[in-house]
Design a protein around this ligand. Structure first.
Ligand code: APR
Length: 320
């Protein structure tokens, strides 16, 4: 059987890391696409040359031609510009919206059956725009944010509790921005919910609040340290987890920016919610019941995403 084909649209920091991970995990053959001629070809060759040591069987090709992504099973989109210190994800909207138009059209023309994972920021608005420009089914176009935000939350919690990250599970909902909603009630250490761990004296409410805030600011913390760009290792790993769930029909329950039409009381928008990813893409949005304060935080986050979507409509008439 032929190997799956994974097209990476954008061969920058995240794109290159995605290519390396996809090859090492032997998820399929990799096409790296970018508009900067030389970059995708150079990265593809460099990664292919790591194959003898890593011992993977995967073909890698770099290209500036959309025709090379023909028939891709998965497309992961990182094309666009990342943040610099002092910028919010929302500051990228105007530039990256134009990029989503060309990428959406390129995917529609060449890989209309692909499962498309968008990483480009501001995430919730860009995944919406990418879906609009591509015209692909909603359940095949998703945004990667929740897996990363919850990974950051899990990492900070494992440091606080001094336990393995494997035993920490965490839940983050809402938009991928300052209003994201880390849900402590649904986050656990080996099944023990965080509020119980506070009662058990493993941490204090103040410390937990600090960790929640650090999670919300997780991307900015890395931007501040790197100074020249934004995070790429953990974002790439998170998207690979989603791609693997699709390619292997794992039916993983993962938080993603997914299309909600009825779920969570929403009438057609992309926002971070728990989903099941399997062979059909988003198999299900898991519509959990929120408590009053959680609902208020979620509503605020939804409003922030709506604001970005209407800004996109203001920039590009075809989206209105
Ligand atoms: N089509 C294809 N590729 C493009 C286009 C386009 N229209 N415009 C820009 N690119 C390419 C750039 O040439 C660059 O190689 O996208 C790549 C982006 O790579 P980086 O600048 O290294 O950015 P990266 O860190 O990978 O982040 C990409 O993901 O997390 C988000 O906020 C982040 O929006 C940013 C995106």
């Amino acid at each position: 059987m032929a190997r799956p084909k994974i097209a990476l649209i954008g061969a920058g920091q995240i794109g290159g890391t995605l290519a390396h991970l996809a090859a090492i995990k032997e998820l399929g053959d990799v096409i790296l696409f970018d508009i900067a001629d030389g970059t995708p070809q150079g990265k593809a060759l460099d990664i292919a040359e790591s194959g003898p040591s890593e011992k993977f069987d995967a073909a890698l090709k770099g290209t500036t031609s959309y025709e090379d992504i023909a028939g891709a099973d998965v497309c992961i989109v990182t094309a666009g510009v990342p943040r610099k210190p002092g910028m919010s994800r929302d500051d990228l909207l105007g530039i990256n919206l134009k990029v989503m138009k060309s990428v959406g059209e390129g995917i529609a023309a060449n890989a209309p059956d692909a499962f498309v994972i968008c990483i480009t920021n501001p995430l919730d608005a860009m995944v919406w725009a990418l879906r609009e420009f591509s015209g692909l089914p909603h359940q095949k176009v998703v945004g990667m944010a929740g897996v990363l935000d919850s990974a950051r939350f899990r990492h900070f919690l494992s440091l606080e509790f001094d336990v393995s990250m494997r035993d920490v599970s965490a839940f983050v909902l809402g938009g991928h921005g300052d209003t994201m909603v880390p849900l402590t009630r649904y986050s656990t250490v080996a099944g023990i919910p965080l509020p119980d761990l506070v009662k058990m004296g493993w941490t204090s409410q103040e410390k937990l609040d600090e960790i929640v805030q650090r999670t919300r600011d997780g991307g900015a913390e890395i931007v501040g340290l790197l100074k020249t760009g934004s995070a790429y290792y953990a974002p790439a790993t998170s998207a690979i987890e989603m791609a693997e769930a699709y390619l292997k029909d794992q039916r993983r329950l993962l938080p993603c920016a997914a299309w909600c039409d009825g779920e969570f009381g929403l009438d057609g928008m992309y926002v971070g919610v728990p989903t099941i990813i399997g062979a059909n893409g988003i198999e299900k949005v898991v519509d959990i019941k929120l408590e009053k304060d959680e609902q208020a935080m979620f509503d605020k986050s939804v409003e922030a995403v709506r604001g970005l979507v209407s800004a996109c409509k203001g920039i590009d008439d075809s989206l209105a």
